[in-house]
Design a protein around this ligand. Structure first.
Ligand code: CP
Length: 349
């Protein structure tokens, strides 16, 4: 694993190694306090964040490393029109690892082409969020002993929720996980995720009925309707209150069902649920810091490479208006099995 752009960049044996390291970091955090001594992390956040940015910064500091962070692109030369490419070339000369969150889908993949050091995808638009997936898997392993055999309900904005896309893809690599996808048709999973689930022969139920689905679930993964991804705010207003998890609704759920949420929440989980012993989302966010410590330690354990700039130019082929190739126009069109290599949208040519 050189970069971490998607969960598939790690093999299952690397995941097991990461999980063992994570587990040791939770139990003995001080034993790892010098693993990143003398190393620096660049946290480049082009979009707002609380958990991912602070847990990564805290993780690097707990490993004995240093951090420089961009939380407001307007205070950097991005405001003067500097490209992602030039920003990454610069920062990969100043840091030993780059953590990137960006509004454009495929931005982390594009950044990895221009970086001397490992790039970690901390969320690229509505596409993927693989370090949240590591967090989710670690939480399921710690609180449920693993994922095999679980029926996992994912509820809310499955269209724009990047945490859902990453998690579904990762879970297809484990045995016998069953999915119940709970969303209105307007917020159903994108085609490239549905195609993957079909190809892998997964056990998938799609429904709009949260209360009907609850009794059969081992885990409920709630998500926020992603206001920032809607081009039509009236549509957001119409859909935002579709699901609200309350104590009353939870009466129908198993007594040991785990309630997860990548957070932030808006109003899809009522505050009263925080007192329910099944609510594990704050613990999930806490564990994310240890998982990011493990990932950083793993990725920092490799030499920087000499930068060799990729070929550039050519006619853009991706039809996705959120693809990184829309604004970063120097990027070469790259395809893989009929999909854009950056954002994975199907390419119709
Ligand atoms: N779960 C998550 O990505 O939260 P933030 O947007 O606050 O980082």
């Amino acid at each position: 694993m050189r970069h971490f752009l998607d969960f598939s960049d790690a093999t299952l044996s690397e995941w097991e190694k990461l999980y063992r390291l994570f587990d040791d970091m939770v139990r003995h955090p001080m034993a790892h306090r010098d693993l990143a001594r003398g190393k620096t992390m660049a946290a480049l956040f082009y979009e707002p964040s609380t958990r991912t940015t602070f847990s990564f910064q805290s993780a690097m500091m707990r490993l004995g490393g240093g951090v420089f962070a961009m939380n407001n692109p307007g205070s950097t030369s991005v405001a003067k029109g500097e490209t992602l490419k030039d920003t990454i070339i610069m920062c990969s000369g100043y840091a030993d690892v780059i953590v990137l969150r960006h509004a454009s889908e495929g931005a982390a993949m594009a950044a990895s082409l221009y970086s001397r050091v490992p790039v970690i995808n901390a969320g690229d638009g509505g596409h993927l969020h693989p370090t949240q997936t590591l967090t989710d898997l670690a939480t399921l392993h710690r609180l449920r002993g693993g994922v095999s055999g679980l029926r996992i309900g994912l509820c809310g904005d499955l269209k724009y929720g990047r945490t859902v896309h990453s998690l579904l893809r990762a879970l297809t690599q484990f045995d016998n996980v069953k999915f119940t996808l709970i969303a209105p048709p307007e917020l159903a999973i994108p085609d490239y995720v549905r195609t993957l689930l079909k190809q892998k022969g997964q056990d998938v139920v799609e429904t709009i009925d949260l209360e009907g689905a609850l009794p059969a679930l081992d885990v409920l993964y709630m998500t926020r309707v992603q206001k920032e991804r809607f081009s039509d705010l009236h549509e957001y207003e119409r859909l935002k209150g579709t699901y609200v998890l309350t104590e009353d609704k939870l009466r129908a759920a198993p007594k040991d069902m785990l309630i997860l949420h990548p957070l932030p929440r808006v109003d899809e989980i009522s505050a009263e649920v925080d007192h329910d012993p099944r609510a594990a989302y704050f613990e999930q966010a806490r564990l994310g810091m240890y998982m990011r410590m493990a990932l950083l330690a793993h990725l920092l354990d490799q030499p920087a490479r000499t930068l060799s700039l990729p070929e550039e130019g050519g006619v853009r082929v991706c039809i996705n208006s959120h693809c990184v190739t829309v604004h970063e126009t120097y990027l070469s069109p790259l395809t893989h099995k009929g999909n854009c290599r950056y954002c994975e949208a199907e390419i119709l040519i």
